[in-house]
Write a protein that binds this ligand. Structure first.
Ligand code: AMP
Length: 371
């Protein structure tokens, strides 16, 4: 029997030095951006007559880290369906056999810009709170599947001009090394929580720290903690927020604790100094001033070093700055099938990962027989 895969005609386009080999249904390819895994293009899908984004996972089998990440991302994209998480529309490889298998392409909904591009514009309270609400809904949904992101950042959040928002990725695998990845791509760590930086255990509200950093950046127009590495990152955090209590220090691993306790002590600054009125949309009505106070209050509850004292996702969704957006179907969408995160711990050779990804792709093609 001839697999439908062989019926597809592939066309090759070279875009900024990257070769894109895609089924001919995808036309008008144009570069959109580059991430840790490779390049993303926009394209027009002549079958569904919609614009799409196509991501080419560049050399996913160059090492075990890349291969595992590609497998995890593909698996999770297939599993999770929520309006604030990017949806997978198609997936393919132009190679016709496992022996030749090299490239993985993921086709997704096309959005207009990533959040880095939005941060530079001035946002009113309505837009700001609506964007945050959608990040929280997406995160809550991931949590309901047992996925704790830990690496949320503006470049991995995309928006449309109508202010709808989607999270692009699924963060760090449970056992991911957070420091070293053999790639020329510089990993952004500005949004990583103290638990991640200091190698502590973590729970769902680890993601609230990142949301706090993102919200702060949307208000200030610049990165809140632009650390050059983990050590510098920690210093930037305590300079602004103050050295955490002894109670927190006691929960650190002895070597980390020894280091952290010997750093200069900082008192930290109050939130009305970190985020003064002039940073907020310039409203003069009582309502605008109330909204600025509420925004500052939410920030002060998310940007808390000690996770035991930090707000939860549900707490943030119920906060006066956010709660007016809440809709049951968005906040409490049915949970996806739980993600089997034993995958994160599995050790395979590159060749074995390759075979696993190839099988997943074939399974996807059988279940999504769209010409
Ligand atoms: P990634 O490789 O997923 O980190 O994506 C790299 C960049 O490509 C992002 O920061 C976005 O600017 C852009 N991008 C990725 N996916 C999409 C999409 N579905 N719609 C619009 N832009 C996207």
């Amino acid at each position: 029997m001839k697999a439908f895969f062989f019926d597809k005609m592939f066309e090759t386009v070279v875009l900024s030095d990257t070769v894109f080999s895609v089924p001919s249904r995808y036309q008008k390819l144009a570069p959109l951006g580059v991430g840790a895994q490779g390049m993303v293009c926009s394209a027009y899908d002549t079958v569904t007559q919609q614009n799409v984004a196509i991501k080419k996972l560049s050399r996913p089998f160059q090492n075990v880290i890349h291969a595992k990440r590609a497998y995890r991302e593909f698996k999770l994209m297939k599993l999770v369906h929520h309006k604030n998480i990017i949806a997978l529309l198609n997936a393919f490889t132009p190679q016709a056999s496992l022996e030749e298998f090299q490239d993985v392409y993921l086709v997704m909904e096309l959005m207009d810009a990533n959040l880095c591009q939005v941060i530079t514009t001035e946002l009113d309270h309505e837009r700001l709170s609506y964007l945050l609400y959608q990040i929280l809904c997406g995160i809550k949904h991931l949590h309901s599947a047992g996925i704790i992101h830990r690496d949320l950042k503006p470049s991995n959040i995309v928006v449309k001009s109508d202010c709808t928002l989607k999270i692009l990725d699924f963060g760090l695998a449970r056992t991911a090394g957070t420091s070293f990845m053999m790639s020329p791509y510089v990993v952004t760590r500005y949004y990583r929580a103290p638990e991640v930086i200091l190698g502590m255990s973590y729970k769902e509200n680890v993601d609230m720290w990142s949301v706090g950093c993102i919200m702060a950046e949307m208000i200030r127009g610049e990165v809140l903690f632009p650390g050059s590495d983990h050590v510098n990152q920690w210093n930037k955090i305590i300079e602004l927020l103050g050295t955490p209590s002894l109670d927190f220090m006691m929960r650190l691993k002895p070597t980390v604790r020894n280091y952290v306790e010997n750093l200069t002590y900082f008192e930290g600054s109050p939130f009305h100094e970190l985020f003064p009125d002039e940073f907020f949309p310039s409203g003069s009505t009582d309502n605008d001033r109330l909204r600025a106070d509420q925004a500052r209050d939410l920030l002060s509850k998310m940007l808390v070093i000690d996770p035991e004292k930090r707000i939860s996702v549900d707490g943030a969704l119920m906060h006066p700055y956010i709660r007016e957006w809440c809709e049951e179907g968005e906040v409490n969408a049915p949970a996806p099938d739980p993600y089997d995160d034993s995958v994160d711990e599995r050790e395979h050779t590159v060749e074995q990962w390759k075979e696993l990804i190839y099988q997943e792709l074939k399974e996807y093609e059988v279940n999504h027989h769209i010409e």
